[in-house]
Design a protein around this ligand. Structure first.
Ligand code: MG
Length: 385
């Protein structure tokens, strides 16, 4: 099989209201357009691709999509959807057959779906993937705003793309479009031209992204995976210094050596946040040489780390830390420490875990010469608090 695929991404995206064209919106690290093109580019039955874009984007097309293994051309769309499809078809070479038409607003078509459409189009001349309606469908008398009829649900199927056509059926469909039929999909043009259109199983995951709510749902699915980071810190303990953890001063005769408050808990947590966001580490963001951060309290550094990862599009979902020190006992202070952290991390206190352990008298920590902390942070997508 040597199918040619027309990917239609020329719509005005008016229902989305974003400041970038809908096909260029990010879905978990790749744009909607890239996802839509990729699945066809790797399908063994596909020989050529044409992407129909808004005219302003055509020149940038190759860089927007990136390298493809099949020939991929870029053309400007027309006034109506069917005009865009006609222009796309004109850019395919004469040897490809069948022709598939796909909406770039459906970035989750998969190989199996494409297989079914190609096979049915090759065999029957025209094929549309569809899923059963789950809701009861009413035909509404719009003048009176009353139900005119309840349609038999088992006969109601919702059409998706890609839709597939043999070259000759597709040419008939385009001729029907030229005669003035206004169509919301390509199968409708083939129907009007008198061809039977086969229905093959669609895929519930092959959703069309039309509104900001659609986008939010899909984002949650594709980029909703949490990110995890770890952090570690250790400071030597010396006489005559305060012992501070998350801004809470503990009654003890020794504290971390150095200029800063040596708050191992906040330092380990900040590194965990940076790690999860892939945003470097504490030494890079708060260099000793920068007077602004040189002696800054650990809690301030942590607050700034939260801001930085938020700028990368992440917010804190939860943190867990273990403080290792021989003395004093931390248990009486953990509630206060968790409260302070929850405040700075902008999460409820149940999402902040702080545990304490001794080192059983072993090593420098066990001898009371140092305090250490391990931390894990989980981030989820989203910049809002
Ligand atoms: Mg430190």
């Amino acid at each position: 099989m040597s199918a040619g695929v027309i990917i239609v991404a020329a719509g005005r995206s008016t229902r989305m209201g974003a400041d970038v064209p809908k096909p260029l919106l990010d879905l978990g690290g790749r744009t909607m357009l890239q996802r839509s093109v990729e699945v066809f580019d790797v399908h063994p039955g596909v020989d050529e691709l044409v992407v129909v874009l808004p005219s302003a984007l055509v020149t940038a097309g190759p860089s927007l999509v990136g390298p493809t293994s099949r020939p991929c051309r870029f053309v400007a769309g027309g006034e109506r959807r069917q005009d865009s499809v006609r222009l796309g078809f004109a850019a395919l070479s004469a040897r490809v057959d069948p022709i598939l038409v796909h909406d770039a607003a459906r970035p989750f078509a998969d190989i199996g779906l494409i297989d079914r459409v190609i096979a049915a189009a090759a065999e029957g001349g025209a094929a549309v993937p569809a899923v059963r309606a789950r809701d009861t469908v009413k035909r509404v008398d719009l003048d009176r705003q009353v139900v005119a009829e309840t349609l038999p649900r088992e006969e109601i199927w919702l059409a998706q793309t890609p839709q597939g056509f043999s070259r000759s059926v597709f040419e008939d469909a385009l001729a029907a479009a030229a005669r003035g039929v206004d169509a919301t999909d390509d199968a409708m043009l083939a129907e009007r031209a008198g061809h039977a259109v086969r229905v093959v199983p669609g895929d519930e995951r092959n959703v069309k992204i039309t509104t900001p709510d659609d986008l939010a749902n899909v984002r949650a699915a594709v980029s909703g995976l949490p990110r995890v980071g770890t952090g570690y810190d250790l400071h030597r303990l010396v006489e005559g210094r305060p012992l501070i953890l998350a801004g809470v001063t503990l009654p003890f005769e020794r504290g971390p050596h150095g200029h800063s408050d040596g708050d191992v808990l906040c330092h380990a947590l900040a590194d965990a946040l940076f790690g999860a966001a892939g945003a470097g580490d504490i030494g890079q963001h708060f260099p000793n040489t920068d007077p602004q951060w040189k002696d800054a309290p650990g809690l301030d550094l942590l607050g700034r780390a939260v801001e930085i990862v938020r700028g990368h599009g992440w917010r804190v979902a939860s943190v867990d830390a273990t403080i290792i020190l021989e003395r004093p006992k931390l248990a009486p202070h953990l509630a206060a420490i968790r409260d302070r952290l929850a405040d700075v991390l902008a999460v409820t206190v149940d999402r902040v875990s702080v545990k304490a352990k001794t080192n059983e008298g072993v090593d420098a920590v066990g001898r009371g010469e140092a305090i250490a902390a391990h931390a894990v942070a989980v981030l989820t997508p989203g910049a809002e608090r």
